[in-house]
Every structure is written in C-alpha cells, then in structure tokens.
Design a protein around this ligand. Sequence first.
Ligand code: ADP
Length: 318
Amino acid sequence: MPKKKIQPLNEVKPLRESLLTPRPISEDEKIFLPSLRPRKFAEFIGQREIVERLKIFISAAQKRSESLDHSLLLGPPGLGKTTLATVISAEMGVQIRITSGPVLTRPGDVAALLSGLKAGDVLFIDEIHRLGKSVEEILYPAMEDYHFDVLIGKGPTARSLRMKVPPFTLIGATTREGDVAAPLRSRFGVILRIDYYSNDELTELIHSVSKRLNFPIMKDAALEISRRARGTPRVAIRLFKRMRDIAQVESRPSVDLDVVEKGMEMLKIDRLGLDYIDRGFIARTSRGRIATQKGFEYLGLKPHQQKNLANQPRLFEQ
Ligand code: ADP
C-alpha cells in the first residue's frame, strides 16, 4: 500500500477565497459605491441598549488588554448583525474576517481560518446554526482554550496535531436561535437579540443613506418609506434606492411623496410593506389573514403547528 503523505503542520490548506466574503474594493467601486455600512457606533442607528452594553464590554476588554468575549447576535435578516460585528471590530481596532456557516463545510476550512487570525481579531460567522458537527467540534476548544486539534493522515497512520490560536473573538449571527446547538450556544459569553427598528429610526437611516448617496429625499417621503420597510434597515435602504431610480428617471430633484406613492404602486408594495411574494405566504380566511403552509415553512415553524393554531379555541370571541 502506498504510504500516505503526512501533511506538515505549516501546510494547512490555504484559505479558499470563497470562504471569506470581503475582498479588496477596487478604486472604481470606491467612487461609485459609497459604503452604506456604518463603521462606528456613532453611525449605527437605534438598538441603544445593545450599543450601550457593547460599549461597556469593549472598554472593559480594552482596559484588560483582552479580546472581547465571544458574542452571539440573534435576529431576523437585514437588521444589522453583520454591520454590528463590523462596528465592534472597528471600535476594538482589530481586523474582522467574515464568513458563514454554509460555506464552512470541511474542518480544514475552519482550521485555515483560525490559523490566519491575529491576537484580538474578530471572526464573524453568519448563519452559525448551519455549521456542520465536525466543524463545530473544531470550534469548541478554539473558543474555550484557544487551541484546536487537526487529524493528519488516515487509518493507522493518522495522528492528531494540536494547534494554538491567538485569543480572538467569535461573533456568531443567526436568524434561527432554536437551531443553534446547545454546546455552541453555551460557549458565547454575550448573547444579544437585535429587534426591529421603529419608524423614526428607519426614517433617520433613510435620511443618512440619502445624504451618503447624494440624492435628497423629502421628510414625508422618508417617513412613508420607513412605514413600509417592515422595521428592517435592509428593506428601507432597498426601497429608498428604488424610489431614487424613479425620481431620477423622471428628472425630479428629490424623492418626494408622489414618487413614493407611485413607486410603491409600481413595485406592488402595500401599506404594510408586503409585496406579492409576501402576500403568497398569507391566505385570507373568514378568521382574517392566516399564514399558509409556505408561510410557516418560511418562518421556520413546523407545518403541524399550523394545524394546531388553526384548531386552537379562541379565548375571546368578538
Ligand atoms: P444582517 O447581517 O442582520 O442580515 P446587515 O448588517 O447586512 O444585516 O444590514 C443590512 C443593511 O442595513 C446594511 O446595508 C447596513 O448598512 C444597514 N444597517 C443595518 N443596521 C443598521 C443600523 N443600525 N444603522 C445603520 N445602518 C444599518
């Protein structure tokens, strides 16, 4: 049998480019695509309680010259989990590596990521509930004791090598809190739940995006967009951009209420901010609107819960 080549320690597979989402931004992109992501807490809108807590944790960690505790960010998509991780790393003055659960398929992927970290760095794993078991098992000792074991070779010649990791901060984000494995969850020192934004906060966000993109918006128009953005910054930004398209095509100097009314009608977004795809998740019944089977699946609820809900006696009949 041919002898298996043992992979030396310093030859852990080089990081695949696709594992990390960020890449150097070209000069062209810098000119045409100003970043809309806040870089510091001062630019981060809303979530006051979370921000205040993080500021305390960060300044305490800095005073002790330690890395920040591993943190888990919970909340629906588009509410600013990635943004918050970026802000944390900027405030800590460290680098951030951004990746996500579904792309970290092999233990070697995590091993390569971990060995590339410098002291204090932030490793951000989006959709952390989608990590595989073997990948999670590498992460556990890395999070707790800053080392991990890699298995080298196969069969009787296989041996385990222990590798050290500098103290780092793992920031995990998930839209599905219930799917995070208990042993993983328990290794996070800080757990933060990001909530939907108020209309006022979204209005503030829209005005700041309008300034950054250098295209004005009227106050009432910004408020109307925020009302239809379902409490979600990503939706608010996307809607503002579409309204700007319409204003520009019509050679208007700003986004006004008329543009918004027209634009929402064009995009078929109703006053609750639901578009036709959302409405496909909802059925009109004699008891009002209820979620369809697809709607339940989208929300990550088991279909049988739908039946239970439908059969539930109503406490207060009107
Ligand atoms: P998530 O990771 O939760 O899906 P992101 O961090 O990608 O959400 O945020 C979506 C968009 O909304 C980004 O473009 C970001 O700039 C913007 N955004 C989110 N939260 C805020 C906030 N609190 N202040 C300003 N902009 C925000």
